[in-house]
Write a protein that binds this ligand. Structure first.
Ligand code: ADP
Length: 628
């Protein structure tokens, strides 16, 4: 099982004390050297060669800036550990920082820092703005030739967070399919400076090591090592990059402006550094040629994203791919809420529709009910009025009938008493007269009773009729021959204004037709004058009716009495000598109407009356069975 040793953890408390001492030392330096009127500008520095060497390397650059930008005293604040550098940066201790690219990315994303320049590093007398990592082993280690040979081997680097010193190499190893953290025997971090890593490998305490490019060449130039002692793993040749290399190249260290540093000062700093001559003592001791505009640091971001190191420890390469994984509960809750809400909406919508439909039905029913109530109320009112009228008519009828019956009854009783008296006096002549009066009154009474019975029969629906085709002219002539004696007795001339053989056929009940004609013609004779005249006409009308007009030259009827004559027992004549019951016309009216016809009258008082009877003409089928 491969194991991993982390030196960083073991020296963390020592490192904190060490950082404190460094800062105290720098502050003392600041106090001693500071121009009391000048504003101190602190440049944080990643001291990967150690504090002393780094100060030697960069102090002149700070002095150069102090000289170029009056009123400001620039001082370098070197810190060996990247976590300490980051921690002080977070506290806002620095105005500018000079550090490796991954440390810069952390400050850019976490603290809003920005690169204002990139270092043009001097290597072998030339300027380079790129660097990478070197993975190496001892020359005589025949077991390790490729990255994959590192499986089960001990690997050493300076710090887990070192950029060129570890992360660039780590990315290369991963892209070659080798994960040192799981496949190496162990990975250790020396802490301190990168030269230590080279020495650890050289002495055989680790099988392979990682340093930034150019480190081996520098140590060789300084006589600390010989290059032929080492073998480079995954060696790469990149044009115009003459150093030993195992990985891709990344932009050199940036000069970083912290968020709170003013733009004006930052511009001055950038300008001063950009215009620094290559032969300036600051450049020479700083081992660089100069500075250039910031390089593209996106490859550094991409590396850190791939390695998932701070500030990209939670970075998702395909955020959506992990979305449901990360937000599974939230997604389920959201979907459930959404579905519930949708169902609720549909449910409310359906209920609403149902309610609207129910309300519509209710309104409709209410409206129908109201209409029915209005109709019923109207019908009831009509019925009530009709009943009241019928009741009135009945009362009137009874009162008229009693009167009509009382008259002949009184006559009978009166003449019977006289008869008794005549019999006692043995006056037979008078007795006969009185008997005749009794007979006359009795016959009248009988006639009354018959007519009332007829009327009652008709009104109770017990009067049966049989509609049949009847040749009207023939019927009228038959009735006239019956009434001939009465007409002659009253010296009345009857003129028929139609052809005797007229073949107009009507639909009627024979008995009712005869009864109606007899009643009307009898009245025309009765209420006429001696030597009076009656004219009878017959016309077929276009509306399917045949009209029979019976006009007389008699008394006529007063206009206000015309409406009454069709009511039972209504006699409107002043002439007491004319016999009658007052029921004939009312019976006639009902009979004519039962047969589907009608009756009307026009009259002028003193000149005569015209009664019109309308009968339905028979249709062709009925005509076949005409009564001849
Ligand atoms: P009545 O038995 O009295 O004739 P009707 O019912 O036949 O009864 O007629 C009702 C009343 O109408 C008569 O009493 C009479 O006053 C009047 N009347 C009917 N026909 C004529 C007519 N042709 N001329 C004048 N009055 C008439």
């Amino acid at each position: 099982m491969p194991t991993r040793v982390n030196f960083t953890g073991s020296i963390s408390s020592v490192s904190t004390v060490f950082t404190f001492l460094q800062l105290t030392f720098v502050c003392l330096m600041l106090i001693i050297s500071a121009d009391l009127n000048a504003k101190t500008i602190k440049i944080g520095l990643r001291a990967h060669f150690g504090v002393e060497k780094s100060m030697q390397q960069w102090k002149k650059t700070a002095d150069y800036l102090s000289e170029k930008i009056p009123g400001h005293k620039f001082v370098m604040v070197p810190l060996v550990g990247l976590p300490e550098l980051m921690s002080e940066a977070e506290k806002g201790y620095f105005d500018f920082v000079l550090t490796n690219p991954s440390s810069y990315v952390e400050m850019e994303l976490g603290l809003g820092a920005s690169a204002i320049l990139t270092l043009r590093n001097k290597r072998q007398g030339k300027a380079y703005t790129n660097f990478g990592s070197v993975i190496f082993t001892r020359k005589n280690n025949s077991e390790i030739n490729l990255i994959s040979d590192l499986k089960g081997k001990k690997i050493v680097a300076v710090a887990k967070a070192a950029f060129g010193g570890w992360r660039v190499a780590l990315r290369e190893m991963l892209s070659e399919g080798f994960d040192p953290y799981t496949q190496a025997k162990h990975v250790s971090f020396s802490g301190g400076i990168q030269q230590d890593v080279v020495n650890i490998v050289r002495l055989g305490n680790a099988d392979a090591g990682v340093v930034r490019t150019d480190m081996l060449e520098r140590m060789a130039a300084a006589g600390q090592i010989k290059l032929d002692e080492f073998k480079i793993i995954n060696a790469k040749n990149i044009k115009n990059f003459p150093f030993l290399l195992s990985t891709e190249l990344y932009p050199e260290w940036p000069f970083i402006k912290m968020k709170h540093a003013s733009t004006e000062l930052s511009t001055k700093v950038a300008l001063a550094l950009l215009t620094m001559p290559a032969e300036h003592p600051a450049a020479i001791t700083g081992k660089y040629i100069g500075w250039t505009v910031p390089e593209d640091y996106r490859p550094v971001h991409s590396l850190m994203q791939q390695l998932k190191v701070r500030p990209y420890e939670h970075y998702k390469e395909h955020p959506l791919e992990h979305f449901f994984e990360d937000y599974l509960i939230h997604t389920i809750v959201a979907v459930v809420v959404l579905i519930s809400f949708t169902f609720l909406m549909f449910y409310i919508f359906a209920i609403n529709r149902q309610l609207v439909a129910t309300k519509y039905e209710q309104d409709k029913l209410m409206q129908e009910l109201e209409e029915r109530v209005i109709e019923r109320t109207y019908d009831l009112n009509e019925a009530k009025q009709f009943a009241e009228k019928a009741n009135e008519a009945k009362t009137q009828f009874l009162s008229n009938m009693s009167h009509e019956f009382r008259t002949p009854m009184n006559a009978i009783l009166g003449f019977a008493q006289l008869l008794k008296y005549d019999v006692a006096n043995k006056d037979l002549e008078l007795a006969e007269d009185n008997v005749n009066e009794i007979l006359y009154a009795g016959r009248h009474l009988l006639e009354l009773v018959n007519e009332v019975l007829d009327l009652a029969k008709i009104e109770t629906g017990k009067y049966e009729i049989n509609l049949q085709p009847i040749t009207l002219a023939r019927e009228i002539n038959d009735v006239l021959s019956l009434l001939k004696v009465l007409a002659e007795k009253n010296e009345i001339t009857i003129n028929t204004k139609f052809d005797e053989s007229d073949e107009t056929v009507i639909s009627a009940d024979l008995r009712s037709l005869r009864q109606s004609l007899i009643n009307i013609i009898t009245n025309a004779i009765k209420y006429n004058h001696v030597k009076g005249e009656i004219n009878i006409t017959m016309d077929s009308l276009n509306d399917g009716y045949c009209r029979v007009n019976i006009s007389d030259s008699g008394d006529g009827i007063a206009e206000d009495a015309l409406a009454k004559i069709f009511e039972p027992f209504e006699r409107v004549t002043n002439r007491t000598d004319i016999e009658g019951t007052g029921v004939g016309l009312s019976i006639t009216k009902v009979l004519v109407e039962i047969m589907g016809g009608k009756i009307s009258v026009e009259s002028v008082l003193g000149k005569g009356s015209v009664f019109s009877l309308y009968f339905k003409l028979a249709d062709e089928n009925q005509k076949q069975n005409t009564i001849q």
